[in-house]
Design a protein around this ligand. Structure first.
Ligand code: FMN
Length: 186
């Protein structure tokens, strides 16, 4: 598979089998992340790996968040929680924030986004399904996730990654606006 083929084939995979994910594969994904470009070699990432008991605790935390957020939508709470219950591994990725330096902080977040993309492609090569979540149970924009993983004050949660062996499913065609429409040649 060439890099361009891998980029074209990459998909957000949200449904997984119950097959556990081997530790070596998780480590290969984490290793791939560390090769990402980053300004001044600050290597501004940290990875919090959740499995087994930690996933159960995550589910509890997500449950209280969802019930508080959607008190009149029990079906939504249930279906969102199912997503956590059926995911073998989650990795919460943080970026280091630089005190009194918004630009460096932004660059660190960009570097972490690159690292997550590297993880996504590595997962694809290893036959694993992967999705980067921010909304809902991703809890990237809610302080509870930061507290849950025990992150430092200077760490910002950028992504909650769900990983597992993909369940057979029909994926819709990959729709993208052509690059011509998104490009200005100056
Ligand atoms: C920053 C970011 C946040 C995302 N957040 C979510 C999310 O909260 N829930 C979700 O199901 N997918 C999420 N996704 C995955 C996108 O929905 C997915 O990449 C998009 O639908 C395009 O599909 P593809 O990845 O299969 O090409 C996110 C992706 C990115 C890059």
């Amino acid at each position: 598979m060439t890099v361009i083929e891998a980029l074209k084939n990459r998909r957000a995979i949200r449904n997984y089998t119950t097959q556990p994910v081997e530790k070596e594969k998780i480590e290969q994904i984490l290793q791939a992340a560390t090769y990402a470009p980053n300004d001044r070699m600050r290597e501004p990432w940290h990875f919090y790996v959740l499995q087994d008991d930690a996933m159960k605790r995550y589910e509890k935390m997500a449950s209280s968040y969802l019930q508080e957020r959607f008190p009149t939508k029990p079906h939504l709470v249930e279906s969102s929680l199912k997503v956590v219950q059926t995911t073998p591994v989650a990795i919460v990725v943080t970026a280091d924030m630089v005190e009194n330096d918004e630009d460096a902080t932004a660059d660190n977040i960009f570097a972490v986004c690159s690292a997550i993309m590297s993880m996504w492609l590595a997962a694809e090569e290893l036959g694993l399904g992967f999705v980067w979540r921010t909304r809902g149970v991703g809890l990237v924009h809610d302080a509870r996730m930061h507290t849950f993983i025990g992150a430092d004050q200077n760490q910002k949660v950028v992504g909650t990654i769900f990983i597992g062996y993909p369940e057979e499913q029909e994926l819709k065609d990959k729709k993208r606006t052509s690059f011509e429409e998104k490009t200005t040649w100056l």
